[in-house]
Design a protein around this ligand. Structure first.
Ligand code: KIV
Length: 265
């Protein structure tokens, strides 16, 4: 049985802070899982980190299903959350439920979707259908065109009240946790204290119950990262160096060696 499930995440509130991250393929998901990451999000940030897009908006259901299936095959203990891509839940709740079911059938344990009060009807339907929902309020990257860029939200008291109302609404609708993205840290603290469910912050300061980092940022595969990110490694340089050394050694004749073994791993 998996070690992390929705009940375990709920029980972690106030007991243990959870360091969670994204992954988009089996190899990195397995490494994150072996390292003890409790929740792995197959984020629509795969659009920027794997697919070469500028935003999350072009990511579609087939991108999501392929990535969720790959991550689920790599994971033993972590809770796998599949991010609902833009367009998969905006065109009516029946289609949204069908798409969420597909994400679960691909191997996710739960789905994540962006929105507050406006998606509460859908959250209720999903939870009733047995699909756990991790909500997402504050800065919602799928609304980038409405914001005119990826901008911090909840900065005025009026805007903060809207984020608080959204967070309370998704909790009331049955979400088991809520992402708080790019909001002031005192607002994240206020929401975390007001809710019974786990808050997962990203760019929202230290007071949340859990944190997300995008895998490519935390590993330093992305060299340009948002100011709130801590890089725990500098893999971009190491990976580039390894490719360059390989190219150089093939050119020089240093690789492969004269005797090449039997091919077994
Ligand atoms: O897709 C993503 O990376 C996210 C973040 C909040 C982690 O939604």
């Amino acid at each position: 049985m998996k070690r992390w499930n929705v009940a375990a995440v709920r029980a972690a509130k106030g007991v243990r802070r959870l360091g969670c991250c994204t992954a988009y393929d089996s190899c990195f998901a397995r490494l994150a899982d072996e390292a003890g990451v409790p929740i792995i999000l197959v984020g629509d940030s795969q659009g920027m980190n794997c697919l070469g897009y500028e935003t999350t908006l072009p990511v579609n259901m087939s991108d999501t299903l392929a990535a969720v299936a790959a991550v689920a095959r790599g994971v033993k203990d972590a809770l796998v959350v599949g991010d609902m891509p833009f367009g998969s839940y905006q065109c009516g709740d029946d289609e949204a439920v069908r798409n969420a079911v597909a994400v679960i059938k691909a191997g996710a344990d739960a789905v994540k979707l962006e929105g507050g009060a406006s998606v509460c009807g859908l959250i209720r339907r999903l939870v009733t259908a047995g699909i756990p929902v991790l909500a997402h309020v504050g800065m919602m990257p799928q609304s980038v065109n409405e914001y005119g860029g990826f901008r911090k939200q909840g900065k005025t008291r009026e805007a903060a009240e809207r984020v608080i109302a959204d967070a309370k609404a998704v909790e009331e609708a049955g979400a088991f946790a809520v992402t708080l993205e790019c909001i002031p840290s005192d607002l994240a603290a206020e929401i975390t204290a007001a809710l019974k469910i786990v808050t997962v912050g990203i760019g929202a300061g230290p007071h949340c119950d859990a944190q997300w980092l995008v895998m490519h940022d935390l590993l330093g595969l992305n060299e340009q990262v948002p100011s709130f990110v801590k890089k725990y490694s500098s893999l971009a340089g190491e990976v580039r160096g390894a490719f360059a050394a390989y190219v150089e050694e093939v050119a020089s004749g240093a690789f492969p060696p004269p005797a090449d073994g039997d091919g077994a791993k």
